[in-house]
Design a protein around this ligand. Structure first.
Ligand code: XMP
Length: 337
């Protein structure tokens, strides 16, 4: 039994006692956990908190703008936005192995963050949106050879920067973090967003990452998500109400656990008007899962898939074919890399 106003009051008091008059820095990713941590810590200590938001060029469409609008403009949080697109793209050039890409993205992220943090001489604390499942998980390793959240929770930084760790969500489960986020004034759609991997679009562009590919993928992905959000979820006759911890599914975005587009760097032939096209392919992936360890491909309505395909091909010049991924996990994984 969880009384939200009491919980917030206690958490705020605890943060104030912990940090006193010190400054705190936090790496904002746009994800749920770091966002809720930022909102909570800001509630507690206001301007003593500075957030660093790194744009590595592998974010979703308008993500940077969204984060700045919400935190800097609406909530009045100090946010430093770092444009590190060229730095990341430079280091990723010529690299096509998925694990090598992950390592580079993680390393550069730490690098950029470290430079920014190093400028803030009064910062004594590094805040992170670590939640209870991360605490458990970090004991074991993910299938890809490193802990799932190793990139988000900028590992190694506290030691090199000599910062103390502030992790106010450490005891909370995901659904509690979401409720807390809503209570702190974050928008429902933000707090109930699908998970997004730390390496971002870097693992959704197969093989070598190029800015041109990221730009195409961002637009295709945004169309897919927009259509999922605007297509009502209708229960099959006789099916019992599907919910996410009591929140009913309003649309197909709610009814899927994770959905995204994947960029395939192969060209196929198409026709447009009376001309022949020779352009790239995008795959759509949508899954339903409880724990992300196993997953089913989502049985999206054909009409929804058709609309998404038409829109991507018509609106995103450079893509002339869209396919739907019907592989379960296992044996496939949710991400393609
Ligand atoms: P897979 O592809 O292994 O994904 O079925 C399971 C879940 O983990 C996410 N994922 C990652 N998250 N860094 C992250 O922060 C990563 O390198 C990474 N790889 C996969 C994936 O999005 C899915 O939710």
């Amino acid at each position: 039994d969880w009384n939200m106003p009491d919980y917030i009051a206690e958490a705020v008091e605890k943060i104030r006692q912990q940090v006193g008059t010190d400054e705190v820095i936090l790496g904002l990713s746009g994800g749920v956990d770091s966002s809720v941590a930022a909102a909570l810590i800001h509630r507690a200590i206001g301007d003593q908190l500075t957030c660093v938001f790194v744009d590595h060029g592998l974010l979703r469409l308008d993500e940077g703008k969204m984060v700045m609008d919400m935190f800097a403009d609406n909530l009045g949080v100090n946010v430093i936005r770092i444009d590190a697109v060229d730095q990341f793209m430079g280091h990723l050039a010529g690299v096509s192995d998925p694990e090598a890409k992950r390592k580079i993205i993680g390393r550069e992220f730490v690098e950029v963050f470290q430079v920014e943090a190093g400028k803030r001489k009064n910062a004594k604390w590094l805040a992170q949106g670590t939640i209870y499942p991360d605490v458990i998980e970090s004991a074991g390793k993910g299938k890809k050879g490193h802990t799932i959240k190793s990139h988000h929770n900028v590992g190694g930084l506290p030691e090199t920067l000599n910062l103390k760790l502030l992790e106010p969500l450490r005891e909370l489960f995901k659904d509690e973090v979401r409720k807390l986020g809503v209570a702190l004034g974050l928008p429902h759609d933000m707090v109930y967003r699908h998970p997004f991997p730390g390496p971002g679009l870097g693992v959704r562009i197969l093989g070598e990452v190029k800015k041109e590919f990221a730009d195409l993928l961002r637009r295709a992905d945004a169309i897919f998500i927009e259509e999922l959000r605007k297509t009502p979820f209708v229960l099959a006759p006789g099916a019992s109400e599907a919910t996410d911890n009591g929140i009913p599914h309003r649309n197909w975005y709610d009814a899927t656990s994770q959905a995204f587009a994947v960029f395939l760097p192969v060209k196929s032939v198409g026709v447009m008007g009376d001309g022949r096209t020779y352009e790239y392919v995008v795959a759509l992936r949508a899954v339903q899962t409880q724990d992300f360890m196993t997953a089913h491909w989502a049985h999206l309505p054909h009409e929804l898939l058709g609309n998404v395909s038409n829109r991507i091909i018509n609106e995103v010049r450079g893509i002339n074919r869209v396919v739907y991924d019907i592989s379960g996990k296992p044996p496939a994984t949710i991400e393609w890399e």
